[in-house]
Design a protein around this ligand. Structure first.
Ligand code: NAP
Length: 281
């Protein structure tokens, strides 16, 4: 039986519309959520992401500010901007679009963000809180992955989850989130031996490696839920890390690329920003 195709675009639109109602209620109380997006330099992909984030804020009714800075800005000037945004009561979430141009210290910039405004969930305090199971801002892409799996109606507790990739922005937080949901979690990476065999054990397979169509049909247990985080440009087209045409023949459910995890990332950023208005951690 062919797999259920998980429509991330549709689910993200549902989430945005739920958020729109919440924002209207907050605005009626004079507490409109505010997001500041900081973009340094002229990375074309970053410019696209920032535009999408601004558009989503506008649609939902979130106040947004964009701070575009030249690549020549100094570390001190960038930190001074973060300090101003930390102190600004209109701003509940601060997002510094990564990667930063060479010469700027990303870690120092992220650590300067007030953890109460860390809507990207990259601050070490957010990472630490998530690891020990406290309420925390969760990085948007893995949060979107969990939401997609939940909305397929799949029970997660006790299931075997394999995460392919161990980056700080996707693989590791995804593994922590699914562990918190009581799954048995394996993390694979470039040095993992017998990776196909590891993947075949998965009831839920999450792939975030940045290698076009790496995961083939025979890597997947029949009926498994397959979530493809990959975004790769190949011959002018966007393809995932999973060989979709092959794998959809064996998986129980699968996300397409594009239209799967991608739209969820921005929806979860919006959710984090709305949540930041009432944050008490
Ligand atoms: P990353 O930082 O480059 O990490 C890639 C991970 O994959 C690393 O842990 C690496 O292992 C592992 N890996 C690489 N080649 C492998 C192989 N052949 N077999 C097994 N593991 C391998 O990437 P990322 O930032 O996590 O992003 C991963 C993908 O997701 C990219 O395509 C990116 O564009 C996409 N992405 C999408 C969204 C979205 O919104 N949908 C958001 C973020 C990222 P080592 O640690 O051993 O090097």
């Amino acid at each position: 039986m062919a797999a259920q195709i998980i429509n991330g675009k549709e689910i993200a639109a549902e989430i945005r519309s739920e958020l729109k109602e919440k924002v209207a209620a907050l605005t009626a109380q004079g507490r409109t959520p505010g997001l500041a997006v900081v973009l340094v330099g002229d990375n074309p992909a970053s410019q696209v992401y920032v535009r999408q984030k601004k558009k989503a804020c506008h649609e939902i009714g979130i106040y947004s500010e964009e701070h575009r800075l030249p690549a020549t800005i100094t570390q001190e000037e960038l930190l001074a901007l973060i300090d101003r945004l930390n102190a600004d009561p209109k701003i509940h979430g601060i997002l510094v679009q990564l990667p930063l141009p060479d010469g700027l210290d990303e870690n120092e910039v992220i650590e300067r963000i007030d953890p109460k405004k860390d809507v990207d969930g990259f601050h070490p305090i957010s990472v630490g809180r998530l690891s020990i199971g406290l309420e925390a801002f969760v990085p948007c892409t893995p949060a979107g992955v969990l939401e997609l799996v939940k909305r397929t109606g799949t029970a997660i507790s006790g299931k075997k989850v394999v995460v392919l990739g161990r980056s700080n922005i996707v693989g590791k937080p995804a593994a922590r989130l699914f562990l918190q949901e009581n799954a048995t979690v394996t993390i694979c990476h470039s040095r993992t031996q017998n990776i196909e065999e590891e993947c075949r054990q998965a009831d839920i397979l999450i792939v975030a490696v940045g290698r076009p169509k790496l995961v083939k049909k025979d890597w997947v247990k029949p009926g498994a839920v397959v979530i493809d985080v990959g975004i790769n440009r190949v011959d002018g087209q966007i393809v995932g890390d999973v060989d979709f045409d092959e794998v959809k023949e064996v998986a129980g459910a699968i996300t397409p690329v594009p239209g799967g995890v991608g739209p969820m990332t921005i929806a979860m950023l919006m959710k984090n920003t709305v949540g930041a208005v009432d944050v008490d951690h």
